[in-house]
Design a protein around this ligand. Structure first.
Ligand code: NAD
Length: 347
């Protein structure tokens, strides 16, 4: 079998997570790596820490057969790389994505797609012209329980939505990242952009784009200038209440929480620490068997799917289109404006 040849740019929390997933895929081979940090270029990932999941980083990675670069653009010009996987801090995504797409590569880029609307425009234009495939690591779209719930809701089985709450609360990520870049609001966008984007994205995936969004946030709890905790309500103009809350200011050691409660006419869909269940208005609770063949997390699912699409030459369409990712980014940038002004922002 001809393997899909992967080049990873950025070997931090997400780069090492992707590394572990690719190593478990029979149809993928990591052939190149780029990182500005000399320790990472030697495979030393002992300083890498994450807030959820992640592998054992105590042992150095085996870089046999991997061409190592300091500069991501040099990796992009390597003709042996089929897929460029971008796992660097968010402000650097746009230039690397555009260069890799222009070079004809298939591109997988971590979320959030970019830091601002101007970068988003450039990426969307580049993706629309590109020959290569393009997916963004909005991994919650591929997370087995979320995917099942979204498909169940969209099938109409639960009836009309009445209210929905999505929540994502992380222990503080202060000190976790390279140069502690998460704690610089100008670079990371705070928890609002970096963490809560997943739930804004779920709102978009389940219900489509709202008419407007109103958000309130707490700044400067752990980061410099970033919104560290946010609550947003999404107005669909139909009497429903859709809300999402996200924060990364909980004390270190607090368990990571991701949850939803979606109350519909015929059933309530719920994910929390006790698991994923559907509670029909009539009948017994259901504990659905979710599709976790490619692995238990959205990272396993999304990368296995993207690699299989590249291997078969079939354009990926399961988890996302560039337009739906751009909509989510418009939504999250609207939330940023709403937090600043205290007013609803129309979409
Ligand atoms: N999908 C998810 O669940 C999830 C989780 C965490 C982070 N992320 C996203 O992944 C991206 C990376 O975050 P992280 O947590 O891995 O950060 P990190 O700080 O742990 O890792 C970043 C890595 O990139 C390297 N780097 C920095 N600038 C570079 C450049 N210009 N060229 C090459 N290497 C460079 C650093 O040395 C470091 O190894 C961010 O966009 C973040 O929002 C996604």
């Amino acid at each position: 079998m001809k393997k899909v040849r992967i080049g990873i740019i950025g070997l931090g929390f997400m780069g090492t997570t992707h590394w572990g997933v690719y190593k478990g895929l029979k149809n993928a081979q990591i052939v190149a790596l780029a990182d500005v940090d000399a320790k990472k270029r030697r495979g030393d990932v002992s300083a890498v820490v994450g807030n959820i999941g992640g592998g054992d980083n105590s042992k150095p990675l085996d870089l046999t057969g991997v061409t190592v670069y300091e500069n991501g653009f040099a990796l992009i010009s390597n003709a042996d790389v089929d897929v460029v996987d971008i796992c660097v801090p968010t402000p650097d995504h746009a230039d690397l994505v555009c260069a890799a797409l222009a070079a004809g590569k298939h591109v997988f880029c971590e979320k959030p797609l970019c830091r601002d609307a101007a970068q988003m425009k450039k990426i969307v234009a580049a993706a629309k012209k590109a020959k290569g495939f393009f997916n963004v690591g909005l991994c919650v779209r591929a997370w087995p329980e979320y995917r099942h719930a979204c498909e169940y809701y969209r099938s109409g089985k639960a009836g009309k939505m009445r209210s929905a709450t999505f929540k994502r609360i992380s222990p503080s990520v202060d000190g976790n990242a390279w140069q502690n870049w998460f704690m610089d609001g100008a670079r990371s966008g705070g928890a609002l952009l970096d963490l809560h984007v997943h739930d804004a994205d779920q709102v978009n995936c389940f219900f489509g784009m709202p008419k407007s969004v109103t958000a309130a946030g707490a700044r400067g709890i752990v980061s410099k200038g970033g919104v560290d905790h946010v609550v947003a309500t999404y107005d669909y103009g139909n009497g429903t209440l859709v809300m999402a809350e996200g924060g990364w200011a909980a004390a270190k050691g607090t368990p990571f929480e991701m949850s939803f409660t979606i109350v519909c006419e015929k059933a309530t869909l719920k994910l929390d620490a006790s698991g994923y269940h559907i509670y029909p208005v009539k009948g017994k609770p259901i504990s659905p068997k979710v599709d976790a063949k490619a692995g238990p997390t959205g990272w396993h699912q999304e990368l296995a799917y993207f690699v299989s699409c590249v291997a078969k030459g079939v354009k990926p369409d399961r988890y996302q289109t560039v337009d739906s990712v751009a909509d989510t980014m418009r939504l999250i940038f609207a939330e940023e404006r709403s937090v600043k002004t205290g007013k609803a922002v129309r979409l």
